[in-house]
Design a protein around this ligand. Structure first.
Ligand SMILES: [Zn+2]
Length: 454
């Protein structure tokens, strides 16, 4: 009997169907799953003798799901550039120069940063993802891996569908189901129509999902429309990849027909507000998606575009952008944002029966924040309850005290227990210095806008 804990004395945000909150509540974790959620006094009496995690002054919530991430090392090195120029001059040459060992260092760094800031599940798109699987296995992270597949010239140095399938065969549903492998496709400008059709076939054959980039740039959406006569999501539909197990990142420029298609096919969106702001992509129509019943989760994107993987910081930008988009302060409540960052992400990954809320029978993926901080004071319940508002608007990843995945304590007292943070940082530092040196050879002299190759 391991991984048994009584988390008690905290405010428990269950994120169940009625957003139930237990003040002075407890969560019983048994054999990696949630056995019961309820009042502290009752559960302390019922489960006396169980190891206790004292959550007094703390807030207990479902582990956060980061629905769009790229493991990476080049944080802060390519700033203030238009998205496709930035891809061509900095990011794509980096993908070309990357080695397996550097990929492992990047995933270790990004998963450590994620866990320490309260994220328990990531949907990661990267290269050499058998090494991302190693990192997730080692650190205890729950990870859905979707390799960067590209097959359109000149992007042949990315991952191949054959590699992706091999990764599915070797690593899907390993580590007690914590590691899952999906089909990953980079972007419409990076993949041929045939790649999409094959991806759809493989996804069905292996019963896995598909992750790809929806449109970020208005210019790219227009160029695609000019060339194909349809909008990007229509093109995805024609190529057979939309459905309830498909997650489209960004979805910034969305025509009515595209929203309808996503709603009708049950396709989910991964909203990445900070990346969209920093790359000047635009404001995604999240309220329009939610009105149509489209499932939306939240992602940070990578450290090269954000430059942080702090999902609590990310959550704040979601309602702020929608309020200013509508010039209406009543739009989008904090409770909706918390749902998107937990059960919304879980649903997009097909994992909402297992994670995403604190309910009996679910896997014990739990994040505990320390609210005994000046910036989280006052702590009010009842008529002036501010617990969820403070979570979305005032908290940050550095307030995360304890994190459990599969009932295992991975972070305690703000320290990573499943890895040596100093060694992970040192390894990442060495790796990026080598990577940047080797990348020099692949940086193009001239920039060619990718839609000219469509
Ligand atoms: Zn991305």
């Amino acid at each position: 009997m391991d991984n048994n804990y009584l988390i008690t004395g905290g405010t428990v945000l269950t994120v169940n169907s009625t957003n139930e909150i237990w003040h002075d509540g407890a969560v019983v974790v048994e054999n990696g799953r949630i056995r019961e959620v309820g009042p502290s006094a009752e559960l302390e009496a019922k489960y006396s003798g169980m190891p206790v995690i004292d959550a007094k002054g703390k807030v207990v919530l479902p582990g956060i799901v980061n629905l769009h991430l790229h493991s990476g090392l080049i944080r802060g090195t390519a700033e203030d550039m238009p998205v496709f120029e930035w891809l061509a001059k900095h990011v794509d040459p980096k993908h070309r120069a990357l080695t397996e060992e550097e990929a492992y260092a990047a995933s270790m760094l990004c998963y450590a940063e994620s866990l320490l800031s309260g994220t328990t599940t990531v949907l990661d798109m990267y290269r050499y993802m058998h090494r991302s699987a190693d990192a997730a296995e080692q650190l205890g992270m729950r990870a859905v891996l979707s390799p960067y597949v590209a097959d359109a010239p000149p992007y042949l140095y990315f991952e191949t569908l054959e590699n992706n399938v091999r990764l599915i065969e070797e690593r899907n549903n390993t580590a007690n189901g914590r590691i899952q492998v999906w089909i990953g496709l980079e972007h419409l400008a990076y993949c041929t129509p045939e790649a999409y059709r094959q991806a759809a076939d493989y996804a069905e054959r292996y019963n896995v999902g598909i992750h790809t980039h929806g449109e970020e740039s208005q210019q790219m959406a227009r160029d695609l429309h000019e060339k194909f006569g349809v909008w990007p999501v229509e093109l995805f539909h024609q190529r057979g990849i939309l459905g309830p197990r498909t997650v489209l990142a960004h979805c910034v420029w969305m025509e009515e027909v595209e929203l309808e298609l996503m709603a009708r096919t049950g396709t989910s969106a991964a909203h990445c507000p900070i990346s969209n702001l920093k790359l000047a992509s635009g404001i995604s129509p999240i309220t329009s998606m939610l009105e149509r019943g489209i499932n939306v989760g939240i992602g940070t994107d990578g450290v090269k575009e954000n430059n942080s993987l702090d999902m609590l910081e990310e959550m704040k930008f979601v309602p702020l952008l929608q309020k200013v988009r509508h010039l209406d302060a009543t739009v989008m409540k904090a409770e909706e944002v918390l749902r998107m960052a937990t059960i919304g992400g879980a649903k997009a990954l097909g994992l909402d029966r297992e994670i995403g809320s604190l309910e009996a029978g679910k896997k014990a993926d739990i994040t505990i924040l320390d609210y005994r901080k000046p910036h989280l004071t006052p702590f009010l319940t009842g008529k002036y309850d501010n617990v969820v508002s403070n979570l979305v608007y005032s908290a940050s990843g550095s307030d995360v005290d304890t994190v459990l995945v599969d009932g295992k304590v991975l972070v305690r007292g703000k320290q990573l227990l499943s890895g040596d943070t100093d060694r992970i940082m040192d390894h990442a530092q060495q790796a990026v210095e080598q990577l940047l040196l080797r990348r020099e050879a692949f940086i193009p002299k001239d920039f060619i806008f990718p839609s000219s190759r469509l």
